[in-house]
Design a protein around this ligand. Structure first.
Ligand SMILES: [Ca+2]
Ligand SMILES: [Ca+2]
Length: 504
């Protein structure tokens, strides 16, 4: 039963990947006019040729100039602001962008909790759609594909094909993201949220409780066998030093990604396929996979794994690490430490992201996760001036590494309170070079000076994210993540392609 589920899943993945490949191949041919693309897209298409192009065009300033329009126009944008934004309608960044573009925003505001449902209802009822949906995670890929092919969303193909646009520049820099943005009908329906982080590209991290290894006088393990010995020592001793030798959970995660890579290549349980010498290879049919299962069985039988290891939630992990009688969590896998520790407990200091372990056949590797763009901005069929909406969104796609003025669009207007400032000479960035900028607000404070992050279209590249001043005056997760990635994971990157992500 289990087997069939997995093989069905694999078949699906392969179909998606093949479709994606085909799309990538035909994308350059599908750069006909938006109206043509849309009318050929499906039976219930919407004809955009009604749009009075001469009228709207006459109000648009030449491409690449600000403000975007001569006479003020209004865009209605449905959004779900970040919870820490006081009021997006009175927000400083809203006012700044309105002045910059001469475009008034008529915000239709939902919460992040109910945005998805509201969007589904709006689309299903097909009445009075806003000009734009700008909601992170509010529209699923399935909705984009389904409603897009029915003509509800304006295709961006022509715009994306114009090399002058920031969208095209982003795609040129990130061909994988372009491939992942093309719907099966060949159209691009959204501006992406391309918000990258260096550490997220190597997300199969294992966080070992090195407070425990130090207390017990153990070395950080470098092989699977050493790891096994460390887990046994956690089990048999009072590793957390609270007087109870039996309240430690030695290991509560990392089987399908971190540990598995010591036996066979694994990009994670949602992506157990890889290309080796051009051949699509399933992780789960390899000998290494069987060896890993035997190892896990041994760990489980010897009480080295959490009993709930296959279903354990982030909250359960936080209860273990935050236990009032002492930290009870010996280690787990998570992209970052916020996934298993409440920072208020201070117990994040107990952990170290250890390097991939050498397995029985000598494998020591970690997968590289390609960044998958999220739909950040979709223009609906009811938008009267789609070209204006595209140019508005395109502003946010500008790479701030090319011009620091663009940082205003991410963190508010430079120099104002709770925004950002240019780094001073000698201030060092996460990547160890001269930094470019720093925040002048505290992450997590409620404020009204910018939109916080990633609500709408953007291209925040790895390089940009790494150019922030590394504040090491106190514990800083970004610094920890950056350094662990650079020192322990990036050197072990295994260069296999993942078929479902290699569309471009
Ligand atoms: Ca113990
Ligand atoms: Ca104990």
């Amino acid at each position: 039963m289990k087997k069939r589920t997995i093989s069905a899943m694999l078949a699906c993945i392969m179909l998606v990947s093949m479709a994606a490949c085909n799309n990538a191949a035909t994308s350059s041919e599908s750069s006909s006019a938006a109206s043509e693309v849309s009318s050929s897209a499906g039976s219930s298409h919407v004809d955009f040729s009604d749009t009075s192009e001469t009228d709207t065009d006459s109000n648009l300033n030449p491409f690449g100039t600000l403000p975007l329009v001569k006479e003020t126009e209004t865009l209605s944008i449905f959004t779900a602001p970040h919870a820490m934004v006081e009021d997006i309608t009175t927000n400083d960044l809203t006012k700044y962008v309105e002045e910059l573009t001469n475009v008034k925003i008529d915000w239709q505001v939902a919460t992040t909790a109910d945005a998805g449902q509201k969007i589904s209802l709006l689309l299903a009822s097909n009445t009075d759609l806003p000009d734009v949906f700008m909601v992170k995670g509010g529209i699923s890929t399935e909705q984009v594909v389904s409603y897009g092919s029915q003509g509800y969303f304006v295709p961006l193909n022509d715009f994306a094909a114009n090399p002058e646009t920031n969208l095209a520049k982003c795609y040129e820099a990130r061909p994988v993201s372009k491939g992942a943005s093309i719907a099966p009908d060949g159209n691009i329906y959204f501006f992406p949220i391309q918000d990258e982080s260096y550490h997220v590209s190597y997300s199969s991290k294992y966080w070992l409780n090195t407070d425990w290894t130090e207390r017990l006088g153990l070395e950080i393990p470098t092989t699977i066998d050493e790891f096994y010995e460390v887990l046994k020592a956690f089990r048999d001793n009072d590793a957390n030093g609270n007087g109870d030798p039996n309240d430690e959970v030695p290991c509560a995660g990392g089987l399908h990604n971190f540990l598995l890579n010591s036996f066979v290549y694994s990009a994670g349980k949602d992506n157990w396929l890889y290309l080796e010498d051009g051949v699509v290879t399933p992780t789960i049919t390899q000998d290494g996979f069987k060896e890993a299962l035997k190892f896990y069985q041994k760990l489980y039988q010897e009480n080295l794994l959490a009993k709930e290891i296959f279903i354990i939630s982030g909250n359960q992990l936080k209860m273990l690490s935050g236990d009032e009688n002492g930290n009870c969590l010996g280690g787990t896998d998570r992209q970052s430490m916020g996934g298993f520790v409440d920072f208020g407990t201070g117990r994040q200091m107990d952990y170290t992201a250890i390097a991939p372990l050498t397995g029985p056949t000598g494998l020591k590797q970690t997968p590289l996760s390609h960044f998958n763009p999220t739909p950040g901005f979709l223009i609906t069929k009811d938008c009267e001036n789609p070209e204006l909406a595209m140019r508005w969104a395109d502003l946010f796609m500008a790479d701030p590494m090319t011009n620091t003025d663009y940082i205003n669009l991410h963190y508010g207007v430079e120099g104002r309170e709770n925004t950002w400032a240019k780094a001073e000479e000698g201030e060092i960035a996460l990547d160890g070079t001269q930094a470019l900028y720093k925040w002048t607000f505290n992450w997590g404070d409620t404020l009204n000076t910018h939109w916080y992050t990633s609500v709408g279209p953007c291209f925040r590249s790895q390089e940009f994210k790494s150019a922030i001043v590394a504040d090491t005056s106190s514990w800083n997760q970004e610094v920890v993540l950056y350094n662990a990635t650079k020192e322990n994971y990036a050197p072990c990157y295994q260069l296999y392609s993942q078929p479902s992500r290699s569309a471009a």
